[in-house]
Design a protein around this ligand. Structure first.
Ligand code: ATP
Length: 592
């Protein structure tokens, strides 16, 4: 699953090349980032100096130094140590601040860029990629990159500097002892390589299982009403339990190599310690090394071991981050819809001509959803689309918005092919009042102004009045400033619909698409909504995905769809009069 793809080998050159794109975001902050890197190297070096001096003083003291001269030397060393750690603390403060400044700014720019790409992706790509996956890229993958930049890379640099310095210093003290100590390391490296790979693989699988069980939690909580209504709590629990059991099995399987690995590492390090101590004591006995040097050697060796132990985790984190970087990079490479927000405003008359349009969704090219679909509307006409669920009504409308392009045939508005128009001009001339209105978190005012962000207060109120929404809004304590909660749940269906109508009135489109609500409103609410819709449809071309005969009756033309093709077309009276027609039988059913 995702994790499998997320991790990249360190020697994967393509992945590194991909990761290089991030430097473009970091480059503007080099003036801060590079000093931070230098500060990092300096503080790493200071830590080593600190350990070296501390160990030397201890070694000399334990080695038998005493008297006033020694006390003066000791005091001198202590002052030196205090000065050293104070300077280190100050530099560390600035280093962390500088790192945060550079990397957080670069990452914010990357997040903004990524979201701007995602939101401009064409519908086809959005369907293909699934919204949850895209959201997770923005959240998790960029977060993984953040972790790497703010924690992993600084740690890697710090430990590399420290390792190199320590090695240099101990080699300088005693080549023999150093080589003996370093000789124990390859055994540990081989064991890490063998056990580490197996553990990582099993851990990754366990994480996937855990993620799958999390999906069950997310899904069932999102559809909690259905779960409860069907009394399916036990069913969901069983699904969760199944994934959890798989996780448990994998995790426990991973426990065996993990336990062996940890036990072995502890054992191997202890044996190495015994061996090195034995060798060191022999050297001390032979006079090959002094007591002061020996404690220094021990202190620095401790630092080497501590740094060394960090590397496997740091490298694993770097590999995960390389994978995450690649996935973010993929989005940045996806082709987006053109940005043409600054085109001059052009108001259409509203003449629609869809001719012999056929279409299949890019995700399912074998399923033809529209066949030779034709729709002609003069400016100001009302056209109804009726037909069973899945017959292609919504699809034909999404072609008008150019969410997708037809496989064959042509769509023109005011005689111009929409393929040649700017998307902004096209979509600013269209407005959609959907069946189920979801409001954005924000105030009612902002929600109405969504179709025309620069609208004045008067325009907003006038639109709300036409939409029969002003009275109920004015009745709320905060009026137009009332915040609609998570997706506007505190407002009733009819109220939300009237806000959507006000939004469309304000946007003043030449062409209106109306997806009639199927859920029935109470009589009063229905009357208010219908009346608002009638005002909205005045002087505009309207395409109505219709479910009620009352609306259809007054339309200039009705297209009866089935299986992506138009079976019948005409006015209500013409269609009812047609013997054996689908519309006629539907009308009969509804009227009876
Ligand atoms: N994004 C998509 N990707 C692939 N197939 C799709 C997609 N959207 C819809 N379809 C398919 O296209 C066909 C027509 O769907 P469409 O939503 O246009 O029908 P509809 O007449 O509007 O139905 P309803 O009245 O239920 O909304 C259906 O078979 C549907 O499964």
């Amino acid at each position: 699953m995702a994790e499998e793809r997320a991790s990249k080998k360190l020697w994967d050159r393509a992945a590194w090349k991909d990761a290089g794109f991030f430097l473009n975001y970091l480059r503007p902050h080099y003036n801060v980032f590079i000093p931070a890197l230098i500060a990092l190297a300096i503080t790493g070096g200071m830590t080593i100096l600190f350990i070296k001096e501390l160990a030397a003083v201890a070694g000399k003291g334990i080695g038998g130094a005493h008297g006033p001269e020694w006390m003066a030397e000791l005091n001198h060393s202590v002052w030196y140590l205090v000065a050293l750690i104070s300077a280190q603390a100050v530099i560390a403060f600035f280093r962390i601040m500088l790192f945060a400044k550079a990397s957080e700014r670069a990452l914010a720019a990357l997040r903004l860029d990524t979201f701007s790409r995602i939101i401009r992706l064409p519908m086809g790509t959005l369907n293909h990629r699934r919204v949850g996956e895209l959201a997770s890229r923005l959240a998790n993958d960029v977060e993984a990159m953040r972790e790497t930049l703010v924690v992993t890379i600084p740690m890697l640099i710090r430990h590399t500097v420290m390792l190199t310095l320590c090695m240099g210093l101990i080699l300088n003290m005693s080549v023999k002892l150093s080589l003996f100590m370093v000789g124990t390391i390859p055994v540990v490296i081989v064991m890490i390589a063998i056990f580490g790979a197996r553990i990582r693989k099993l851990t990754r699988r366990a994480q996937d299982n855990l993620a799958a069980s999390q999906v069950v939690v997310d899904e069932s909580l999102q559809s909690i009403v259905s779960v409860k209504a069907f009394r399916n709590e036990a069913y969901e629990l069983a699904r969760y339990d199944k994934n959890l059991s798989e996780y448990l099995r994998t995790v426990l399987r991973a426990a065996v190599p993990r336990a062996s690995f940890i036990a072995f590492i502890i054992f191997a390090f202890s044996v190495a310690l015994i061996l090195v101590t034995w060798f060191a004591m022999r050297m001390l006995n032979d006079g090959g090394i002094g007591k002061e040097e020996l404690t220094q050697f021990a202190g620095l060796s401790g630092m080497i071991a501590a740094s060394f132990m960090q590397f496997p985790e740091l490298i694993a984190q770097l590999q995960r981050s390389l994978g995450a970087t690649e996935r973010v990079r993929e989005i940045l490479r996806d082709e987006t819809e053109p940005e043409d927000d600054n085109v001059a405003k052009l108001h259409f008359k509203g003449e629609i001509d869809m001719r012999d349009v056929s279409f299949a969704y890019p995700t399912r090219p074998e399923a033809v959803v529209l066949r030779d679909f034709s729709l002609q509307a003069k400016a100001g006409q009302r056209i109804a689309l009726v037909g069973p669920s899945g017959s292609g009504k919504s699809t034909s409308v999404s072609l008008l918005f150019r969410f997708y392009d037809p496989t064959s045939g042509e769509i023109r508005i005011d005689g111009q092919p929409i393929r040649d128009m700017s998307l902004t001009t096209l979509r600013r001339n269209l407005a959609l009042v959907p069946q189920e209105v979801l409001l954005f978190g924000g105030s009612i005012r902002e929600n109405i102004a969504y179709g025309k962000p620069d609208a004045t207060e008067e325009e907003i109120i006038s639109a709300a009045k036409k939409a029969n929404a002003h009275d109920f809004i004015a009745g709320l304590t905060d009026g137009y400033q009332t915040l609609v909660g998570d997706r506007g749940t505190q407002l009733s269906g009819g109220q939300r619909q009237r806000i959507a109508i006000a939004r469309a009135i304000l946007a003043d489109p030449a062409i209106l698409i109306l997806d009639e609500a199927t859920s029935s409103l109470d009589a009063e609410s229905e009357r208010l909504v219908q009346d608002a819709l009638d005002k909205l449809m005045e002087n505009r071309t309207s395409i109505i995905i219709a479910h009620r005969l009352s609306t259809v009756r007054r339309c200039d033309q009705i297209l009866v769809m089935s299986g992506g093709a138009i079976l019948e077309r005409g006015t209500h009276d013409e269609l009812v009069a047609r013997p054996g027609g689908l519309y006629g039988s539907l009308a009969k059913l509804q009227l009876e």
